[in-house]
Ligand binder design. Structure first.
Ligand SMILES: Cc1cc2nc3c(=O)[nH]c(=O)nc-3n(C[C@H](O)[C@H](O)[C@H](O)COP(=O)(O)OP(=O)(O)OC[C@H]3O[C@@H](n4cnc5c(N)ncnc54)[C@H](O)[C@@H]3O)c2cc1C
Length: 402
C-alpha cells in the first residue's frame, strides 16, 4: 500500500508528488496516475506565476530549470474600453513589484513547466502509473483506485489533482457550486517586432477581458475572452483575419503581429467544491476549484493548495503517523476553503462588473479603478495579496521544504 496516491499528473499533481518526494525521501511511497504523462499534445497555454508560486518551484529545484524560459512581468496596464475604441485610456497601472527587486510575476509556457516537472519526477524515482483512474472507493482504512485496465492501487491518502471534471471528486460525491460563463478564452502566441518591455496589458471589453501577456523574446500570449459561439467563429478565421481582430482589440503598439501557433479556445466556468476533503482524500488545483482566468490565479491557487496540504501532512509523517487521518485533512480544508471561495467571488465579481456596457456602471467602475490607481498603499496591498505573500504563508511558499 502506498502512502500517497495522486490521481492526475497536471502541474498541480506533479508538483505535489515531487514536493512529497523531496520532503520525505524515497521511503515515503508516492505514486502519480496520469494517462498523458510524457505524451501531451502541444498547447499554446501559458501562465502568469506569482512570487509565491515561484518560491514553491525554487524549493522543488524546478525554478533554475525554467527560469531562462520565464519572462518577468515588470508592469501591468489595465483599461476599460469598447472593442473599436481608437484610444484606450489607462485606468490602472502597476509598476511596483510585490517584493523589492522582484518581478510582479513571471510568464511561462505550461508545456515548459510540465516537462521540467515530468523530468524531475522521473529523475527522483517517483512511481508514475500511466493510466486512467476509473473507480474510486474510500474507507476508514484505505483509499482504492481501479484503473481502466483493471490494475488496482491502494493508499493511505488519495489526492484528487485530476482537473475540473475530477473523477475523484465525483466518486466522493462532493458537490460543486458555480456556473458556466457562456464565454471561452481564446489562447494563442503572437510574435511582434517591438519589445514588450515586460508589460502585461489587459483591456476590459464588453464581451470580457483581452490580455496581451509578455513571453520571452518578442512574443506575447493572448487570452481573449468572447461569447463561446463568437470564440468558435474566431477560431475558424484564417490567420490574417484573426490577426486583424486581435489588432482591433489590442492596437498596434507592438508593431505588426504574426501567429506562432494555431489559436485554441477554452470554455470558462466558475466551479467551487463544497468540500475540499473526504474520507482519506484531499482535492487540489482545478479539482478543488475553477475560476475565471481574468486575474491569472487558478494555477497560483493550486500551488497554494499543495503547499498547505504538505504542511498538514508533514507532522504525522515525521511522527510515523497516518497521513490520511481526519485531523490532518481538516487542517487542510480550514487553510484552503475560505481563501478559495473569496478568490472565486472576487474574480466572479470582476467578471460581472466588467462584462457589460451600461453607461452608469462604466462610469462607476472607471472611477473606482482611478481611485485605486491613485492609492499606492492599496495598490501594493493588492499586489502582495495576488502574489500570495499576504496572510498565513505555507512553508513551500516561503521557498523551503517543510
Ligand atoms: C485560458 C486560461 C488561462 C489561464 N491563465 C492562468 C494564469 O495566467 N495563471 C494561473 O495561475 N492560472 C491560469 N489559468 C488556470 C490554470 O491553467 C489551471 O488552474 C491549472 O492548469 C490547473 O492545473 P491542474 O493540475 O489542477 O489541472 P489540469 O491541468 O486540468 O490537470 C489535470 C490532470 O489530471 C489528469 N486526469 C484527469 N482525469 C484523470 C483520471 N481519471 N485519471 C488519471 N488522470 C486524470 C489529466 O490528464 C491532467 O493531466 C488559466 C486557465 C485558462 C483556461
Amino acid at each position: 500500500m502506498r502512502d500517497v496516491l495522486v490521481v492526475g499528473g497536471g502541474i498541480a499533481g506533479l508538483s505535489f508528488a515531487l514536493a512529497l518526494r523531496r520532503s520525505f525521501g524515497p521511503d515515503f511511497a508516492v505514486s502519480v496516475i496520469d494517462g498523458e504523462f510524457g505524451a501531451r499534445l502541444p498547447s499554446a497555454r501559458a501562465s502568469a506565476l506569482t512570487a509565491g508560486s515561484r518560491r514553491v518551484l525554487e524549493a522543488l529545484d524546478i525554478w533554475p530549470r525554467i527560469e531562462s524560459d520565464a519572462q518577468p512581468i515588470l508592469k501591468m496596464t489595465i483599461t476599460d474600453s469598447r472593442r473599436n475604441d481608437a484610444v484606450r485610456p489607462e485606468f490602472l497601472h502597476f509598476d511596483m513589484p510585490a517584493e523589492p527587486g522582484a518581478a510582479y510575476a513571471h510568464m511561462i509556457h505550461n508545456s515548459d513547466l510540465t516537462s521540467a516537472l515530468e523530468q524531475e519526477i522521473v529523475a527522483n524515482g517517483v512511481d508514475v502509473i500511466r493510466g486512467h483512474a476509473a473507480r474510486i472507493v474510500v474507507s476508514d482504512r484505505k483509499a482504492s483506485v481501479r484503473l481502466m485496465d483493471g490494475r488496482q492501487i491502494e493508499a493511505s491518502l488519495l489526492v484528487g489533482a485530476d482537473g475540473a471534471f475530477s473523477r475523484v471528486r465525483n466518486a466522493l460525491n462532493i458537490q460543486t457550486i458555480g456556473r458556466d460563463y457562456g464565454r471561452s478564452a481564446i489562447v494563442a502566441t503572437m510574435a511582434h517586432d517591438v519589445d514588450h518591455e515586460g508589460c502585461a496589458t489587459q483591456h476590459f471589453l464588453p464581451a470580457g477581458p483581452f490580455a496581451m501577456l509578455p513571453l520571452r523574446g518578442r512574443q506575447s500570449s493572448i487570452v481573449w475572452t468572447e461569447r463561446t459561439d463568437d470564440a468558435a467563429a474566431a477560431l475558424r478565421l484564417d490567420d490574417s483575419d484573426f490577426i486583424e481582430q486581435v489588432e482591433r482589440r489590442f492596437g498596434f503598439s507592438l508593431g505588426p503581429l504574426s501567429l506562432v501557433d494555431r489559436p485554441a479556445a477554452y470554455p470558462l466556468r466558475l466551479q467551487v467544491s463544497r468540500r475540499f476533503i473526504g474520507t482519506r482524500t484531499a482535492l487540489i488545483g482545478d479539482a478543488a476549484r475553477v475560476i475565471h482566468p481574468l486575474a491569472g490565479q487558478g494555477l497560483n491557487l493550486a500551488f497554494r493548495d499543495l503547499a498547505a496540504l504538505i504542511d498538514c501532512v508533514a507532522q504525522p509523517v515525521r511522527l510515523g503517523l497516518d497521513p490520511g487521518g481526519p485531523s490532518c485533512l481538516e487542517g487542510y480544508q480550514r487553510a484552503r476553503l475560505f481563501d478559495s471561495v473569496a478568490m472565486a467571488a472576487a474574480t466572479d465579481g470582476l467578471h460581472r462588473l466588467f462584462a457589460n456596457d451600461l453607461g452608469p456602471l462604466r462610469l462607476l467602475r472607471d472611477m473606482g479603478l482611478g481611485l485605486v490607481d491613485r492609492a499606492p498603499r492599496l495598490k501594493r496591498a493588492l499586489i502582495r495579496e495576488a502574489a500570495g505573500l499576504q496572510g498565513q504563508i505555507p512553508t513551500l511558499m516561503r521557498g523551503r521544504l517543510p
